[in-house]
Ligand binder design. Structure first.
Ligand SMILES: Nc1ncnc2c1ncn2[C@@H]1O[C@H](COP(=O)(O)OP(=O)(O)OP(=O)(O)O)[C@@H](O)[C@H]1O
Ligand SMILES: [Mg+2]
Length: 366
């Protein structure tokens, strides 16, 4: 017959064997020295166990961790706190850092207060986090670089289209106007008609070139300020896509540095492109609120909403908008509106007026 299973008494448990082969580091600190360590704990510091025991705690952590380690030690030894869970940087025998997660409590040992603790080596996890952080920062820098390069390229192209192409077309128009003037005789009526049509066509081409140039680099931003430039963009959008548009501006327009205004304008431009491409909206509302501490901008459409429109692999529009906001120290969110549709919400902190005025103006070309 089988014996009934009974729970082991504490004295029956082979603690020593368990501790010695534990995959977690186990240690006891007495008088600020490691007076016991299992192999795992000693190996975390790169020592065989015998060479590790007796070492002072302060010699086993990086210099910048000493104060915190000693503070934690005293807190427990004084009885103020019985247990502490914390992270620290250990110093290995080869000078490398080992990141440790520790949990230690006050105990009695040989009649004296001591610390008994458990540690795990989290170096790999910390390094992965640091790598992830580094690649996030690199991605952010890349996005910033791309945005700046795009802006510079748009400015250059806008100027070429406006100055060079616009200039040439204007010369063509003047020459055609001369032909119109000099072809007044009855036998030149056909020529006169063609030249007159061509003047109108060239004028239309000049207007188109101007509109393209304006879209690439809105001079209205510098001349009229952000709300007026956005109104123009919104009106063009409404006419082109047959969408009702409305703009509300609350608060006094704060003087934005040129680069900030351009970034905000680009965010709205990208958001409007999204409305045209994905939303099937019939109405777009843009609300600007200038507050003493910042700018609050909401662009709401009454379209299909985000959930119904599956994201395209490789899409970067929203990412680039968020990065522009981040560059300006702001935040951007894109979410469903209370009555459907999509709302793009941008919040930007603005410098106090004096600092804003002192901010550097955009580089030549803006
Ligand atoms: N106003 C909107 N209404 C509905 N869906 C939207 C709206 N704005 C964005 N989306 C959804 O979010 C997705 C991501 O937008 P995002 O601008 O990043 O990419 P995209 O417009 O598809 O491509 P691109 O990289 O050229 O901008 C879109 O594919 C679309 O599904
Ligand atoms: Mg897009």
């Amino acid at each position: 017959m089988q014996e009934p299973i009974t729970q082991l008494e504490m004295d029956d448990v082979p603690f020593r064997g368990i501790v010695e082969q534990s995959l977690a580091g186990v240690y006891v600190v007495l008088d600020e020295r490691f007076m016991y360590a299992n192999d795992t704990f000693a190996a975390m510091f790169g020592y065989p166990r015998d060479a590790f025991i007796g070492r002072r705690m302060v010699d086993c952590v990086t210099p910048d961790s000493v104060d915190e380690v000693m503070r934690n030690y005293r807190l427990r030894m004084s009885g103020e706190v019985s247990t502490i869970h914390y992270f620290t940087k250990g110093l290995r025998s080869d000078g490398r850092i080992v990141y440790l997660e520790l949990h230690a409590s006050r105990v009695e040992c040989r009649g004296q207060p001591a610390l008994a603790g458990v540690a795990i080596d989290i170096t790999e996890r910390v390094q992965r986090q640091q790598e992830l952080q580094r690649s996030r920062e690199q991605l952010r820098e890349l996005a910033q670089h791309i945005n700046q390069a795009r802006e510079a390229e748009r400015t250059r192209l806008a100027r070429e289209v406006h100055d060079v192409l616009g200039g040439m077309l204007t010369s063509v128009k003047f020459d055609l106007a001369r032909i119109v003037r000099r072809s007044g005789a009855p036998e030149q009526q056909e020529l006169h008609g063609i030249a007159t049509d061509l003047v109108a066509l060239v004028q239309e081409t000049i207007d188109t070139a101007r509109a393209i140039s304006e879209e690439m680099r809105p001079t209205s931003l510098d001349l009229l300020g952000l709300p007026a430039a956005l109104r123009q963009a919104l009106d063009r959008f409404g006419a082109r896509h047959e969408v009702t548009v409305a703009l509300t501006v609350v608060g006094d327009e704060t003087l934005l540095p040129g680069t900030t205004a351009t970034q905000v304008y680009r965010i709205v431009q990208e958001a409007l492109t999204n409305v045209a491409r994905h939303a099937q909206a019939s109405r777009v509302d843009l609300a600007l609120r200038f507050e003493p501490t910042g700018l609050d901008l909401r662009l709401a459409d009454d379209g299909l909403g985000l959930a119904l429109s599956p994201p395209r692999p490789g899409a970067i529009g929203l990412f680039s908008m968020a990065e522009r906001a981040h560059e300006l120290g702001g935040t951007l969110s894109v979410a469903g509106g209370p009555e459907g549709g999509t709302v793009v919400h941008l919040r930007l902190p603005l410098c106090p007026p004096t600092a804003t005025l002192a901010a550097p103006e955009p580089a030549a070309g803006d």
